[in-house]
Design a protein around this ligand. Structure first.
Ligand code: AVI
Length: 322
C-alpha cells in the first residue's frame, strides 16, 4: 500500500492537531482553546471563586496603582502602553483610569488574537474612559511584537497580565522574553504577571472546579475540532484531569479517554484511535517563585527592576528592563 507521506494543511490549527494526535503520547496546544465559546468560558473561569489569579492581580494593581503609574510615566514624556492578550481589559482599566486622573499623556494599544474581544474593549473604553487614546492591534503575540518594535518613537511599556506566560514551557518562555527584549529600548518597561507557587490544593481547585467550567474549557478544543474540521469526538467519552507537581510548580491539564474508541477528523482524513485511559495533554499552567523568574529573566537578558505582590505572595507582577 503506498503511504501518504505529505499532507497539506489549510491552517496551523489543522497542522498542529494532526501532529499532536498522531504523536505518542498525544497532545494539543492550549492556544486553541479560544474561539467565541472558549473566550466566554475563560471569562466564566475568571469569575469563579476558585480561580484566585484574576482577583489577586486586580487587587495588586489597585493597591499599587500610584507607584505603578509613577514607574510608567517616570520621565514625564508621553508613552505607548501596549497590552498583549488584552481580553476584556478589566484589570488594565484600574491603571488607565489612574493615568487619566493624573493627566498623564499616553496612548493605549491593546493586542489580542480576537477581533471580537478588541471591538468590545474599544466600545467599553469609549464609554467608560473616553479620554483614552486607543489603537487596537489584532494578531498573535508573535506577529504583533514586530509591530511594537516598529512603532512610533515614544517610550514603550508592555503589559502582559494574567500569568499568560505560564502557558509556555520554560524554553518557550525564555524565547518569548527574548523576543520582547528585542523590541524594547533602554528606558522601556515590561510589566508581567507570574502566578506563584502556593498550597498545592489551592492550585488544583483553581483548575478543577466542581461546576465543570474548566472541564468545558478544556474540552472546547475537541469541540472546535468537531466544528472546524468535521471531527466526531464524543466529549462525554473524555474526562478532564488536572495534576499539580509542587516540586516543579507545573499544573498540567489532560483529557483522558474513558473508553476504547476511534475518532475521525474528516478535514484531515484522520482516524484517531484511543485505548481506554489514554491521554491527550492539553495545557500547562506554570507556577513560579522569585528564583525561577530571576533565572528566566537572566536567560533572556532582562533585569528585574522591581515587583508588586499581595501580602501572601500568592501572585506577583514583575517589572523588567534591559
Ligand atoms: C490564560 N491562562 C493564564 C489560564 C491559566 O491559568 O493557565 C488558562 C486557564 N486554564 C484553565 N483555567 C484557566
Amino acid at each position: 500500500m503506498p503511504q501518504k507521506t505529505t499532507t497539506t494543511f489549510a491552517t496551523a490549527f489543522e497542522r498542529e492537531v494532526h501532529e499532536g494526535l498522531t504523536a505518542f503520547p498525544k497532545y494539543l496546544s492550549s492556544k486553541y482553546f479560544y474561539d467565541e465559546v472558549g473566550d466566554k468560558l475563560f471569562q466564566d473561569i475568571m469569575a469563579m471563586p476558585e480561580y484566585y489569579l484574576t482577583d489577586c492581580e486586580f487587587n495588586i494593581l489597585d493597591a499599587n496603582k500610584t507607584a505603578i503609574v509613577d514607574l510608567f510615566a517616570s520621565d514625564g514624556e508621553p508613552f505607548s502602553l501596549f497590552e498583549l492578550g488584552a481580553g476584556d481589559g478589566k484589570k488594565t482599566k484600574v491603571l488607565l483610569r489612574h493615568l487619566v486622573e493624573r493627566n498623564i499623556r499616553f496612548d493605549y494599544r491593546p493586542i489580542d488574537i480576537s477581533q471580537n474581544a478588541l471591538d468590545q474593549l474599544e466600545t467599553a473604553l469609549h464609554k467608560e474612559l473616553p479620554e483614552v487614546d486607543i489603537n487596537p492591534l489584532q494578531g498573535t503575540y508573535f506577529d504583533t511584537l514586530r509591530d511594537i518594535g516598529e512603532s512610533n518613537g515614544r517610550r514603550k511599556v508592555i503589559l502582559f497580565l494574567g500569568s499568560n506566560i505560564g502557558n509556555l514551557l520554560h524554553p518557550q518562555a525564555v524565547e518569548f522574553l527574548k523576543n520582547m527584549r528585542k523590541v524594547i529600548n533602554k528606558n522601556d518597561l515590561i510589566f508581567m504577571g507570574f502566578d506563584q507557587k502556593k498550597n498545592p490544593q489551592t492550585i488544583l481547585d483553581a483548575y478543577n472546579d466542581k461546576t465543570g467550567i474548566t472541564e468545558a474549557f478544556n474540552k472546547n478544543i475537541l469541540a472546535r475540532i468537531n466544528k472546524e474540521m468535521g471531527g466526531d469526538f464524543n466529549l462525554d467519552n473524555f474526562l478532564h484531569w488536572e495534576v499539580y507537581d509542587p516540586q516543579t510548580g507545573t499544573a498540567k491539564s489532560y483529557l483522558v479517554s474513558k473508553v476504547e474508541q476511534v475518532a475521525y477528523i474528516d478535514r484531515l482524513d484522520l482516524e484517531v484511535p484511543f485505548k481506554r485511559w489514554e491521554t491527550i495533554h492539553t495545557e500547562i499552567s506554570q507556577k513560579y517563585d522569585d528564583a525561577v523568574v530571576q533565572w528566566l529573566a537572566g536567560k533572556a537578558g532582562l533585569e528585574i527592576a522591581t515587583s508588586f505582590s499581595d501580602e501572601e505572595e500568592s501572585y506577583k507582577d514583575y517589572v523588567f528592563t534591559k
